[in-house]
Structures are given as structure tokens and as C-alpha cells.
Design a protein around this ligand. Structure first.
Ligand SMILES: [Zn+2]
Length: 179
């Protein structure tokens, strides 16, 4: 029996339960001519201040002394995010919309009814990569079971390389209207 795993084999021991790193959920936003189609899982979009630096969007952190973007005096950009999934691709995504999109559709962040189960189409107008974004909601009933929402705050922290605790304010999203 000792030879079965070779003389150097050892059991891999770890007392801490592993962090599930397989659950990386990407942020999706539309490109010109390539709309985002998804079904929303969260109750509403949650707004987050971000900075654009090192060629990507990063969360603005509080207090300001802890935020690399603020220390570099970079402008804050407000974005809003919602847990979603793409039935056609069978994958979870984080849908991102801009301030402009929310100003044109206030139901995204302050809905009169839960957005969970609503279909959303997010499009970018014009041909510029940073052109205005619009989001349309479709509340018509759809077939198929809806997956449970994932923890939006944790998922965003994973994308931004932050500890999940940093996103705890956003983690409330899952319980909105339930308690
Ligand atoms: Zn900041």
C-alpha cells in the first residue's frame, strides 16, 4: 500500500476552510453595437463610487486616506451594479450601468417593484467606447427558474482584489425587502 502514492506522497493538510475562488463573477458592460442582455437577480442596482486608474475601474474606499485613487486626486465616478445571470450563456454576471443610465431610468436604483426576475438590456449609444449607456427593463414573466442571488458586495470585492469585508455595505443587497 505504501507504494500506491509513491514514497514522497503526503496528505495535504489545511485547518482553514478554503475560500471559494472559483466563484469569480465578471462585471459586464455594453460595447458599441454589443448590448448586454441579462436577467436580474438582485432587488435593485446598488451605487458605488469608483476611480479609473491603472487602466481599470477600482472601488473608491472609505476613509479617503485608505483610497489609492483619492490619494492620487483622481475624479470619482459613480456606477451602479446588480447581480444577474445570462440564461443563454448559463453564467452569473455583475451588470454595470453608468450614472447617465440611472438618470434616464430611475427604476434601476429606486424601483417601485423588485427588479429580481426582470430582463435588462444595456446598450451603449454611438460608436465611442465611453458613449452614453442606456438600460431598459422588461418585467414580462419569463419561463425558467431563477437562480438565488449571489452576494454582490463579495463578488465586486473579488473583481477589485479587495477583502470581502470591504464590500459588506453592498452585501445587504441580498436581504433587501426580506427582513
Ligand atoms: Zn477614492
Amino acid at each position: 500500500m505504501a507504494d500506491m502514492f509513491g514514497p514522497q506522497a503526503d496528505v495535504r493538510v489545511c485547518d482553514e476552510p478554503p475560500v471559494d475562488e472559483t466563484k469569480y463573477i465578471p462585471i459586464v458592460s455594453p460595447k458599441p453595437g454589443a448590448n448586454v442582455h441579462a436577467v436580474l437577480l438582485g432587488m435593485r442596482f446598488r451605487g458605488v463610487y469608483t476611480h479609473f486608474f491603472q487602466n481599470r475601474t477600482k472601488a473608491c474606499l472609505y476613509p479617503t486616506s485608505e483610497c489609492e485613487g483619492c490619494r492620487q486626486m483622481l475624479v470619482r465616478r459613480w456606477k451602479a451594479y446588480c447581480a444577474a445571470f445570462m440564461p443563454a450563456a448559463g453564467r452569473m454576471v455583475i451588470v454595470e450601468v453608468t450614472k447617465d443610465a440611472v438618470l434616464h431610468n430611475r427604476a434601476l436604483t429606486t424601483p417601485s417593484r423588485s427588479l429580481r426576475g426582470a430582463r435588462i438590456t444595456v446598450s451603449r449609444m454611438g460608436t465611442a467606447r465611453n458613449g452614453p449607456v442606456r438600460a431598459e427593463l422588461d418585467f414580462r414573466p419569463r419561463n425558467g427558474e431563477l437562480p438565488e442571488p449571489f452576494n454582490l458586495g463579495d463578488a465586486l470585492c473579488r473583481v477589485w482584489g479587495l477583502l470581502p469585508a470591504v464590500g459588506r455595505a453592498l452585501a445587504l443587497d441580498d436581504n433587501d425587502g426580506q427582513g
